[in-house]
Design a protein around this ligand. Sequence first.
Ligand code: UD1
Length: 430
Amino acid sequence: MEQYIIKGGMPLAGEVNIAGAKNAALGILAASIMTDETVTIENLPDVSDINVFLQAIESIGAKVERIDRHTAKINASTVDQHEVEEGYMKKIRASYYMLGALLGKYKEAKVVLPGGCKIGARPIDQHLKGFRALGGDVKIEHGSVKVKAERLHSNDIYLDVVTVGATINIMLAAALADGKTTIENAAKEPHVVDVANFLNSMGANIKGAGTDLIRIKGVERLHGTTYSVIPDQIEAGTFMFASAVTKGDVIVKNVIPKHLESITAKLIEMGCEVEEFDDAVRVVSKDRLKKTNIKTLPYPGFPTDMQPQGVVALALAEGVSIVTESIFENRFKYVDELARMGSNIKVEGNTAIIEGVEKYMGASISAPDLRAGAALVIAGLAADGFTSIEDIHYIERGYEDLPEKLSSLGALIEKVSDEKEIQKFKLKVG
Ligand code: UD1
């Protein structure tokens, strides 16, 4: 079985390029089926969630051409199905964006209820509330969501919780609805803004994305466009924390520093030096990290997708830190794996009480989900000795070339598939 093998203890140094944002790209790919003209999307990350999503788009009849590793051309004029097969949908949670996109364009959609990382109950009631408000008839039948409408009309929609998924999904459907729709208490994440910008580049009329009030004036039709996805805030943050825990000096390039402010703030509180450039940040870590507290919040708060990386760093910091997870109720499962590496963390409900230890010890562990998997890789980089991480398919859902990028910064990490390769790695690194 494929796994990562790591020999920890190397301080990371050098420059790393960040890929396009997976979560923005998923919304953008869904939106790209809402026109009959050709859409070219650049800066797509080459990760399994994106590749599965492209296949899902092909499966409903769209033409997908991969121009190069990071560029795809999509033409949806040949779409002849408004239902996405179960296989794709169970693999990626963002499959639910096909509901908004198909409903907007074809006024009907059927999608299996979404899968994805098991980090909480993750209901989609707000998405469905939005579709109903736009005139959709929503039914749940045999594990699938079916939505249909004669015509979609505008409405004022208030979201009961701040949700990225529902904000994007409603924006997709409302882009082609009659009249002016508003979304109040909308999510403000950079990927919400990126999907809105993409839709606008296709001729949509969306204002206010990035604030909590989004106004969408429905248009008759959308047209083709060429668009480049924003850099991945979470991949960038992951490398910033990797530098912090390894006493590294890393320049994280091709980023929008503004999107990283909450992450930068925490690293500074932990004693790192963070220097911002136009499209890069440099994280230098010299001494033992200091304790701090983190609470995950919707943007511009500290992202829940960076919570495990934050905990991995604080578990090495001097003193007691508190991390509160306020978005997903079941996002501390990886703490058991981290305990095998010597951490001292007590979880009570949505709070982790972390007593920092001096060192992690290498261990055999497995990735319980995407972001926790990446966080455990970081722990391995800081650990004494060898760490092996199984279930890396979770990590590959959202990180392009993670071992290669880390190796280019001096880390000793390799993807291996059997015992022989593990032994070879061990001999090589000594
Ligand atoms: C997206 C991201 C995910 C990130 C999360 C929060 C994608 C593909 N995934 O997930 O990586 O961790 O945002 O930044 O972009 N909720 C409801 N009802 C709903 C929808 C959500 O109660 O209809 C709740 C959720 O259970 C959660 C909170 O709202 O507690 C936020 O969820 P949401 O922002 O929708 O997360 P996702 O879009 O699933």
